[in-house]
Design a protein around this ligand. Structure first.
Ligand code: F0G
Length: 429
C-alpha cells in the first residue's frame, strides 16, 4: 500500500430526496423514495495537485495505477485499497484523428475516443472495475445485471477475475454474437429472456432484491464513478483544455450521466476552465430521450425500441433523471439518427481502419447531423466516443457488406474464386 493513499470515505446520496447512505450500503436505490443514488466525495485536493498525481501515473506504472480508471482514484473511489481492486486493467484508450472520418462529419477537428480498446472491447469495463470492486468490498458472493450484451460481457470477465458468481439477463435473439460469446466464455450464468432489454432490467432488479444478489447495472452509482473516467482521461489527453463538444451514443443513459458528472466535477475542482457541451445520440427507433428533449423534457417518455444498433435498443432508459440534469447543466443537446445513417457512419469508421460496433457509430452519425443542422460548428473541437469494438457485432457487419441491396457505397464484399492465378486476374479486372 502506498503511504500517501487517502482513506476518506465517500457518501451515497439520493439524487431525488437527498437522503444520505454510507459508502458501504448495498441498497440498489434510495430506500426512502426509490430514487437513483450517486456518490459524493470530499473535495480536499487542489486541481494542481490532482493534475500532478494523475500525470505521475501511467500504463507503465505498477499495480492499480496502471489502470486508466484507478489513475483517477481521488475522483472515483478514494477509499478503495489496492488489495480490494478488481482490475484487468482497463482504460488508457487512444484519442484518434482520422481525416476521412472528420471529412464525412464536416468537422475539421474531430477526435475519436476509442473505448473498444478496453479489455472486453467496450467502455463498460471502466464502470465494471469499480462495480465489482465494490461488490467485493461489501462481501457480495454473486453479482447480476441486465444487458444488451456489453455490460454482460464485462461483468462476466470481472466477476471471473474476482471469483464471484455472475448472473446475466439478456434479451433472447437480440444480443450481438461477439458479446454473447464473451459472456458465455467468461462463465456467467446467462439467461436468454424472451423479452426486450427493459423487461430484462425489471427482472434483474427483482431478482437482485429477492435473491440478495448485488446489482451492477449502471443504476449502480459505483459503475457511474468508473465510467466518468472516459471523460477524465480524454480531458487529460487534451492537457485539460476542454473540447467544445463531447458526443456519445445513448441508450440506458448511464454513460451520459457519467460523462456529465465527470465534466461537472472536473469543472468544480478547477481541472478544466469551462464545461464541454454534451450531445447524446439515440437511434431513431429507440429515441425516447431525444423526443423528450425536443419538448423541453416536459414528459418522461418510453417507446417500444427497434434498431440495428442492438446495444442501444432500449425504450425506457433507467438513468433518465441523471441525464436530464446533465443535458441541462452542460447546455447539451439530444438527437437521433436512422439505422441507415448509423450503418453508413460505421462503414466510414471501419474503412478508415479504426472500426467500431453499430451503436458506437451513432455518435459519428450524430456529429454529422448536428453539423448539418448548424448546432455543432465546423470549426468546433469535438470528441466523439466510440463505445465498442468492431468485432462485437460480426453479424450486422457481414449482412451490411454482403446482403444489403442496393449495394451501399462503402460495401466491401469478399470474392470467392477457384485456386488459380487466372481467377485472381479475372476478379481483379
Ligand atoms: N454503446 C455501446 C456499445 C453500448 O453497449 C451501450 C450500452 C451504449 C453505447 C449506451 O450507453 O446505455 O449508458 O446510454 N450498453 C448497455 C449494455 C445497455 O447492456 O451493454 P448507455
Amino acid at each position: 500500500m502506498t503511504a500517501q493513499l487517502e482513506v476518506a470515505q465517500s457518501r451515497q446520496r439520493c439524487a431525488q430526496c437527498g437522503r444520505e447512505l454510507t459508502e458501504r450500503d448495498a441498497s440498489p436505490s434510495c430506500p426512502a423514495c426509490g430514487g437513483l443514488l450517486e456518490l459524493v466525495h470530499e473535495a480536499t485536493i487542489s486541481a494542481q495537485e490532482l493534475r500532478s498525481r494523475f500525470a505521475a501515473r501511467s500504463p507503465l506504472s505498477r499495480g492499480m495505477e496502471s489502470s486508466g480508471v484507478w489513475r483517477y482514484r481521488e475522483l472515483v473511489l478514494p477509499s478503495a485499497m489496492p488489495d480490494e481492486i478488481v482490475s484487468h486493467p482497463e482504460g488508457n484508450t487512444p484519442l484518434l484523428e482520422r481525416q476521412a472520418i472528420s471529412k464525412w462529419t464536416g468537422v475539421s477537428a474531430l477526435l475519436l475516443k476509442h473505448e473498444g480498446h478496453n479489455p472486453t472491447g467496450s467502455f463498460k469495463d471502466r464502470g465494471m472495475t469499480v462495480g465489482v470492486t465494490q461488490a467485493r468490498r461489501i462481501g457480495a458472493t454473486a453479482v447480476a445485471c441486465a444487458s444488451t450484451g456489453n455490460t454482460s460481457a464485462s461483468l462476466a470477465a470481472y466477476a471471473a477475475h474476482a471469483g464471484l458468481r455472475a448472473l446475466v439477463f439478456v434479451p433472447a435473439g437480440q444480443v450481438a454474437l461477439g458479446k454473447l460469446t464473451q459472456t458465455l466464455a467468461y462463465g456467467a450464468t446467462t439467461l436468454l429472456v424472451r423479452g426486450d432489454f427493459d423487461q430484462c432490467l425489471a427482472l434483474a432488479r427483482q431478482a437482485a432484491a429477492e435473491l440478495g444478489v448485488y446489482l451492477v447495472n449502471s443504476i449502480n452509482p459505483f459503475r457511474i464513478e468508473g465510467q466518468k473516467t472516459i471523460a477524465l482521461e480524454l480531458l487529460q489527453q487534451l492537457e485539460w483544455n476542454a473540447p467544445d463538444w463531447i458526443v456519445l451514443p445513448a441508450g440506458n443513459l448511464g454513460n451520459t450521466a457519467a460523462v456529465g458528472k465527470a465534466v461537472e466535477e472536473a469543472h468544480a475542482v478547477g481541472l478544466i476552465a469551462r464545461k464541454p457541451r454534451i450531445a447524446a445520440v439515440q437511434a431513431t427507433g429507440a429515441a425516447p430521450f431525444a423526443r423528450a428533449f425536443a419538448t423541453g423534457f416536459r414528459e418522461r417518455a418510453s417507446v417500444r425500441a427497434e434498431t440495428v444498433a442492438t446495444a442501444i435498443r432500449i425504450g425506457a432508459p433507467a438513468s433518465w433523471d441523471r441525464a436530464v440534469h446533465v443535458i441541462r447543466s452542460t447546455n447539451g443537446v439530444v438527437t437521433h439518427v436512422s439505422d441507415d445513417d448509423i450503418l453508413e457512419a460505421k462503414a466510414v469508421v471501419d474503412a478508415a481502419g479504426v472500426g467500431c460496433e453499430p451503436a458506437s457509430a451513432a455518435s459519428v452519425a450524430g456529429v454529422r447531423r448536428l453539423v448539418r443542422e448548424g448546432i455543432i460548428g465546423r470549426d468546433d473541437s469535438v470528441v466523439a466516443v466510440l463505445t465498442g469494438h468492431v468485432l462485437k457485432d460480426p453479424g450486422t457487419l457481414v449482412r451490411y457488406h454482403q446482403e444489403t441491396e442496393p449495394r451501399p457505397t462503402h460495401a466491401n464484399r469478399p470474392l470467392e474464386i477457384e485456386p488459380s492465378m487466372g481467377e485472381v486476374q479475372r476478379v481483379l479486372g
